[in-house]
Design a protein around this ligand. Structure first.
Ligand code: GLP
Length: 331
């Protein structure tokens, strides 16, 4: 595995932003060879999305040839509910970049036949050629996507009943009212995630420290589904320092010591400043559900075309400069 530790969530988010941008640029996607990206929701990736939006607006990356698959969605929550993962994605990301709505895939938690919806999602992932990079967060109980403790480590996309801990954690988005949190979700499986050619998790805050210790140092166990990623040949975790609270000092020291300093981000100016991107967007009022309603084809969220990114902007020295910004350790 690769394990990158940064001082705070802003620096961790910057790292992840730059890593995703670099992966897309290196892949050089085309309409016939899109970059297939798995995506999460939750608070952990918010600064990464702000950074990706900023990178896009600065002409550093285009999502025109990126195909996305979100990892999960609540069952029975209206698509245009402010806390649906459809809404989240358009508010924080899709509504601000040049992605083709036809390339956006999010599970439909209101499908008449949920099992058929899940089977179709697996089929669509396969048809897209599999997921190149699955970006995710981590639940405090060790879940990835909504693969709660006890999930089969070979599970596929399916209906999952949420654990009490998750309902409690997510109630912060539902007026702290447990009864408002849907108790089921559709989620890609642990097996679906581990089929991706690379898995990248962002883990921030001390509330994730126990789960992170299980992910990095624990045994592979269905009770901490993230631990299965230890079996993945290309698994990377990027975390902040508070998330390392339960790790052994020697683990932290080791992974810090093997990060290649010559390829680490060099100057603040070169990096996407996700904190500023987040603030700018909030000040601009850009990250609002209204502005993303127009982005989803065939959806209750609306239909309109994304702004174009010119070829010249993309070619403007970005490929060279981006490639020097992402430090690495070994897989
Ligand atoms: C949620 C989502 C996960 C997410 C996790 C952590 O319930 N289903 O995909 O990674 O829990 O969320 P947060 O980043 O808000 O802590």
């Amino acid at each position: 595995m690769r394990f990158i530790i940064r001082d705070d969530d802003t620096a961790a988010s910057e790292y992840v932003t730059n890593y995703i941008v670099k992966r897309i640029l290196d892949f050089a996607p085309t309409p016939t060879k899109p970059f297939v990206l798995g995506l999460p929701t939750g608070s952990s990736p918010v600064k990464v999305y702000a950074g990706l939006v900023k990178a896009h607006k600065e002409g550093k990356v285009s999502f025109a040839n990126v195909k996305t698959f979100n990892m999960d969605e609540y069952v029975g929550l209206a698509e245009d509910h402010p806390e649906s993962y459809h809404s989240f994605m358009y508010k924080h990301f899709f509504g601000h970049v040049d992605i083709d709505p036809a390339n956006v895939n999010i599970l439909n938690g209101n499908a008449a036949d949920l099992d058929a919806e899940c089977a179709d999602y697996e089929r669509r992932i396969k048809e897209a050629g599999g997921i190149e990079l699955f970006f995710g967060g981590l639940g405090a109980d060790g879940h990835i996507a909504f693969n709660e403790p006890g999930s089969s480590l070979t599970s596929r996309t399916r209906v999952k009943t949420l654990a009490d801990d998750t309902i409690r954690a997510n109630s912060r988005f539902f007026d702290n009212d447990l009864s408002k949190v849907p108790n089921q979700a559709l989620t890609v499986g642990v097996g679906t995630m581990s089929d991706a050619r690379e898995v990248l998790l962002i883990v921030t805050g001390s509330s994730k420290a126990t789960a992170l210790a299980h992910a990095v140092e624990g045994s592979v166990s269905q009770m901490w589904t993230v631990s299965y990623m230890q079996m993945h040949p290309n698994f990377m975790v990027v975390c902040d320092t508070p998330a390392t609270d339960e790790l052994l000092v020697k683990t932290v020291k080791y992974f810090k010591s093997i990060e290649h300093p010559e390829t680490a981000p060099k100057s603040k100016e070169l990096r996407v400043d996700t904190e500023k991107a987040s603030t700018d967007a909030a000040v601009d009022g850009e990250l609002t559900p209204d502005s993303m309603r127009s982005r989803l084809a065939g959806s209750v969220l609306g239909t309109s075309s994304p702004p174009p990114v010119s070829e010249a902007m993309l070619m403007d020295g970005m490929l060279d400069s981006m490639s020097s910004r992402v430090g690495t350790t070994e897989f």
